[in-house]
Design a binder for this molecule. Structure first.
Ligand SMILES: [Zn+2]
Length: 271
């Protein structure tokens, strides 16, 4: 009887010790790796409601290998969970809208697994071009420092209707978001390599000059507006016409590969 009682006490004591050891490990892991886990950990699987539009419309996603597809799906879900989608001038935001808008963001950041455009919490969607009181013009989309990404759904869809014309509003606006996110002081600050950015800026202004002199017409003329628009137009062409882009200006194309850490000609992440 005494032995049984002794064994029970020892077992209870061991369980107590084990419980506390695990509790301490949990606290330590959270303390040291909390930020890291939060950024990279992909727990939630993609809701099937969001998966269908990706399978139907997103060529980039369809071309990924099976393991990259799973990562892409989980990142889309994480992006959707983090953002507030707001309908303007229409009844509601559909699952398809959420999936494809998140898909555009994840396509662009697929080589940067911890980037979710944290600064941009809200995504406004209009049915068509919308009038801006500030610029007094109609817009198809914009990204502002207040943390808003604004899109015209009609133009967003048109961007994906033709995958090879080098025009894609979703990727264009996400490129602006990426550029700003890199510059805003937060946990995602400075994820683009400074030296690479300098190389890019140099190439960009050289190309803008050529375009102004009529010596280059691969990008549409809107790219000469400024370096930000040049980058956004370059991103559209990078994903929609990678082969032609590479043959036209390999240095510019290769610099974009290094900045985005992915090559659409090979698809998937590098390394
Ligand atoms: Zn733009």
């Amino acid at each position: 009887m005494k032995m049984i009682l002794g064994a029970i006490i020892i077992i209870l004591f061991l369980l107590f010790v084990l419980y506390n050891v695990f509790a301490i490990i949990r606290v330590v892991v959270k303390w040291y790796f909390g930020d890291y886990l939060n950024k990279y950990l992909l727990i939630a699987r993609l809701d099937p409601l969001y998966k269908k539009p990706l399978q139907k419309y997103l060529r980039y996603y369809k071309q990924l290998n099976p393991s990259d597809k799973v990562v892409f799906e989980k990142r889309v879900q994480k992006f959707i969970n983090q953002k507030q989608f707001i309908a303007r001038g229409m009844e509601k935001i559909t699952d398809e809208m959420k999936a494809l808008i998140a898909g555009a963001a994840i396509q662009l950041t697929f080589g940067h697994p911890s980037i979710y455009f944290t600064h941009f919490k809200r995504i406004l969607v209009y049915p068509d071009s919308y009038y801006s009181e500030i610029s007094q013009r109609y817009h198809k989309g914009e990204v502002n420092m207040g943390g808003l990404i604004v899109l015209s759904w009609k133009n967003f869809v048109e961007g994906y209707a033709d995958n090879e014309d080098g025009r894609n509003l979703g990727l264009h606006e996400m490129a602006h978001a990426l550029h700003l996110e890199n510059a805003v002081t937060n946990e995602e600050y400075g994820f683009l390599d400074d030296d690479m950015l300098k190389v890019w800026t140099d190439l960009c202004f050289r190309e803008i000059e050529k375009m102004k002199e009529g010596k280059s017409d691969f990008f549409r003329v809107y790219a000469i507006t400024n370096s930000k628009e040049f980058f956004a137009v370059a991103v559209e062409n990078f994903f929609e016409r990678p082969g032609e882009f590479h043959d036209w200006n390999p240095k510019l194309y290769d610099t974009l590969i290094k900045m985005l850490n992915q090559d659409p000609l090979k698809l998937g992440r590098l390394g």
